[in-house]
Design a protein around this ligand. Structure first.
Ligand SMILES: NC(=[NH2+])NCCC[C@H](N)C(=O)O
Ligand SMILES: [Mn+2]
Ligand SMILES: [Mn+2]
Length: 301
């Protein structure tokens, strides 16, 4: 029986929209533990990491990386602790399921998942999250976690540069539709596997997700699945801070998660960017729980 350990990371340091720190509560209230239990999974909830409120902190943008990256020290502190939790969960033989919080927590998930193994990643997101402190249009670290975990640009000087051991060839991005100029360059240069919404239109979600998982899992021990809820169309998932029209549908999202389960390479997962203050009747949080259940094996019959 698959064992899943839920780890809440209630942080909004990486996003300028307050409210995403309430994501873990909303997702739990949306029925996560029951959904996973119905999927036949043995679930343990480890509770939330303690995260000081952003108002009590200074969003200084100095070291460890130069440029404009708000609350980078605070993000680093949360991610160090999350990495320890993720690694500890894997050591116990369970699958870590981290709940954001904004997408900056992915740095901790990836570093933790990779501490004692070679990993790949599938990034289900409207965005590439490959900005660095010098290229960011917003200063928000939730637009940078993939660059940070890969040690790209100014992140080469940080503790993260060699921590994840991630190879861009084992990173597949799915559903891209809002990519900044510098990110386009990185996607072209580094050998990432990247699928835009146009690829999904042309080839269908099934083929694209199968290819993404094949690329992410080639030659490594397992795959981290990072699910940013803004991957979905805002009509389906309104409770996110950076919505982009033209995302995947409810059915496409479930289909992709079922393929994640079929591929049998899932090592760790996270659900990020659920912002209950922007949601309608908690529907985005509930959708996150349902999608997690599909990824962990829930089927109709
Ligand atoms: N995880 C997210 N929602 N990221 C949104 C990033 C938006 C934009 N590319 C930025 O860097 O600011
Ligand atoms: Mn996004
Ligand atoms: Mn993201």
């Amino acid at each position: 029986m698959t064992r899943v350990r839920i780890i809440g990371a209630p942080t909004d340091y990486g996003a300028n929209r307050r409210g995403v720190d309430m994501g873990p509560s909303a997702i739990r209230y949306g029925g996560l533990a029951d959904e996973l239990a119905n999927a036949g999974v043995d679930v343990v909830d480890a509770g939330d990491l303690p995260v000081p409120r952003a108002e009590e902190r200074d969003p200084d943008t100095d070291a460890p990386a130069e440029g404009d990256a708000k609350f980078l020290h605070e993000v680093a502190d949360v991610c160090r602790r999350l990495a320890d939790e993720v690694d500890g969960t894997l050591a116990e033989g369970a699958v870590p399921l981290a709940l954001g919080g904004d997408h900056s927590i992915a740095i901790g998930s990836l570093v933790g998942a990779a501490r004692n193994a070679d990993v790949g990643a599938v990034w289900f997101d409207a965005h590439a999250d490959l900005n660095t402190p010098s290229t960011t249009p917003s200063g928000n670290v939730h637009g940078m976690p993939l660059a940070a975990a890969l040690g790209i640009g100014e992140f080469a000087d940080t503790e993260w540069a060699n921590a994840s051991g991630l190879d861009p060839e084992n990173v597949a991005l799915v559903g891209l539709r809002s990519v900044d100029g510098a990110e386009v360059e990185l996607l072209r240069e580094h050998g990432f596997t990247a699928y835009t919404m146009s690829d999904i239109d042309e080839r269908g979600i099934t083929d694209v997700t199968e290819d993404a998982l094949a690329a992410a899992s080639a030659g490594v021990d397992g795959v981290h699945v990072s699910l940013d809820l803004d991957w979905l169309d805002p009509k389906e998932a309104p409770g996110v801070g950076t919505p982009v029209r033209g995302g995947v549908t409810y059915r496409e999202a479930h289909s992709a998660m079922e393929i994640v389960d079929d591929a049998d390479c899932l090592r760790s997962m996270e659900l990020v960017e659920v912002n209950p203050t922007l949601d309608q009747h908690n529907e985005t949080a509930e959708l996150a729980t349902e999608l997690a259940a599909s990824a962990f094996g829930k089927r109709v019959i």
